[in-house]
Design a binder for this molecule. Structure first.
Ligand SMILES: Cc1cc2nc3c(=O)[nH]c(=O)nc-3n(C[C@H](O)[C@H](O)[C@H](O)COP(=O)(O)O)c2cc1C
Length: 259
């Protein structure tokens, strides 16, 4: 089984590619978290592989992935090994170490952790923007070959460190910057502009049920996990984050952006 979390569709696409190649079905962590279940029971079949696929946030794990691991109740899962594949704009820092520790808390083991570079979607901080169309296209075009290599590593049950992009200053980024990202990420500055046509797509997409329509206008509370589905997927481009995003691009995964 492949459990995936996604904000703007990159990790969903990678999960679907892995699903075809490993012949394992996919389940959305977004749906599980959105349903607000306190515990998620899953009975693994014999010889089944369990994978987690998700984006890297601030060189660490998105909080819905941590929530999912905390709520996951696996029965008949002798091996207790979990394979991870993360998508990232470039680098994952020490997210592998973070996941290993998180799984250990639940008596589970990390079998391997590999990364795939995909178009960047982080736009809610100064200095960060989406990739140019050319860079995004190049990343999407390279991703499938990378997934093939990762599939081989998973089948052969080995960690291939050449397929994990850690980047520089990994300790600093994961141990110092990630905790500060986590501290402030839920206090959002999202708002809808007059271009909003009250379609409610943002409410539907939010995995945290953090957006409600008040008199037809979306209003955000303080449970945001920064998946950015709302701001990137708004069909009217009517969502902004303070003044930071006003001149920035929007992105969500479309296969045709690649080849
Ligand atoms: C809040 C946030 C933080 C991010 N931090 C990183 C990062 O530390 N390193 C990186 O390479 N990409 C980072 N990214 C980019 C995403 O990991 C990348 O675009 C990913 O493929 C998005 O996957 P998704 O479409 O499944 O949401 C970040 C994106 C967001 C929204």
């Amino acid at each position: 089984m492949i459990f995936y979390f996604t904000g703007v569709g990159n990790s969903k696409w990678i999960a679907e590619l892995l699903s075809k190649k490993l012949n394992e079905p996919v389940v959305s962590i977004n749906d599980i978290i959105k349903s607000e279940v306190k515990s998620y029971e899953y009975t693994a079949k014999a010889d089944e592989r369990i994978l987690l696929v998700f984006p890297i946030y601030s060189w660490g794990l998105p909080s819905p992935v941590c929530m999912f691991i905390e709520r996951l109740q696996l029965s008949d899962f002798e091996d207790k090994k979990i394979y991870a594949v993360a998508t990232c704009g470039n680098y994952a820092g020490l997210a592998n170490k973070m996941l290993k520790d998180k799984l250990q808390e639940r008596n589970l083991q990390l079998a391997s952790f590999h990364t795939v570079a995909m178009p960047n979607c982080y736009i809610t901080m100064k200095g960060f923007d989406i990739d140019s169309a050319e860079v995004a296209k190049e990343k999407i075009n390279h991703a499938e070959a990378r997934v093939d290599l990762i599939v081989n590593a998973i089948i052969e049950d080995r960690q291939d460190d050449t397929l994990y992009s850690k980047g520089s200053l990994a300790w600093l980024k994961t141990k110092i910057i990630y905790p500060s990202f986590m501290k402030y990420s839920n206090k959002t500055e999202f708002y809808a502009t007059e271009a909003c046509n009250h379609c409610g797509l943002c409410v539907k997409l939010c995995p945290m049920n953090n957006i409600v329509l008040k008199d037809g206008v979306p209003v955000w509370s303080e449970k945001c996990v920064q998946c950015l589905a709302c701001i990137h997927r708004c069909p009217q481009r009517a969502i902004e984050y303070g003044k930071i995003t006003q001149k920035k691009g929007r992105y969500y995964f479309k296969k045709e952006d690649g080849a």
